[in-house]
Design a protein around this ligand. Structure first.
Ligand code: PLP
Length: 219
């Protein structure tokens, strides 16, 4: 696709996704490994909420653009190492992948040290209890919620999940929504290109969409 037709198609894709998810749900544009022209097309279409997986890639993509678009909202949706916490709190308004107390402590220290605004936090829940996947297991969630609320008052706003790739997503979405309700957390981040409409029906407040919005990623 040539670069002069790309903006139109990203605009159309975005409009279609917005129509499907409805007014109450926020579209997070998952922008990892997307070409600059496509990022610009999404911005031109009015997209302002973006999710990134890696701190360094996000710095490269957004540092200059933030000066131009002060209304951007950047969200970390990939795993975070404690040694990147300072960079993360300076770039992201929201961190969706809190999954252990050690990271919680690193984030608090990073906010104090950098004087950055304290980000909103989501806890990532490993709803499928997959060994290699990020996120806290369902059994340990209650303790992590309590620790977060105690040490980081007012900043825990929601839960996030990435269901196992080889299972139907609906039971995982339903579980995440139920856990959020149980713990009085208003925001639920779930659903990607293949299942964002389903996630929205099952209670997502935020969907994270990459390829269905931008097209295939660079390898
Ligand atoms: C890449 C990514 C997405 C978007 O994936 P698509 O299938 O391209 O929509 C959503 N959430 C997370 C955590 C991701 O890493």
């Amino acid at each position: 696709m040539s670069s002069d037709t790309q903006p139109v198609s990203i605009r159309e894709a975005r409009n279609n996704i917005l129509a499907e998810i409805g007014d109450g749900v926020t579209l997070i544009a998952a922008s990892k490994r997307q070409l600059d022209a496509r990022i610009e097309a999404a911005l031109a279409a009015g997209q302002r909420v973006f999710g990134e997986n890696r701190v360094q890639e996000a710095q490269q993509r957004w540092t200059d653009r933030l000066a131009e678009h002060p209304d951007l909202e950047l969200r970390l949706i990939g795993p975070l190492q404690t040694n990147k916490a300072e960079d993360a709190v300076q770039l992201f308004q929201t961190i969706e992948t809190l999954d252990r107390e050690k990271l919680l402590r690193a984030l608090i220290k990073a906010v104090e040290k950098t004087d950055a605004a304290a980000p909103d936090l989501y806890i990532q829940v490993n709803t499928g209890d997959e060994p290699q996947k990020g996120g806290v297991g369902v059994a340990a969630l209650t303790d992590l919620i309590a620790a977060t609320r105690e040490t980081y008052p007012g900043r825990l706003v929601g839960l996030m999940c990435i269901p196992p790739a080889d299972e139907p997503a609906a039971p995982h979405f339903a579980l995440l929504k139920q856990l959020a309700d149980t713990h009085d957390l208003p925001q639920v981040s779930m659903g990607m290109s293949g299942d964002y409409a389903l996630a929205a029906r099952l209670g997502a407040t935020h969907v994270r969409v990459g390829t269905a919005l931008f097209g295939a990623r660079e390898t």
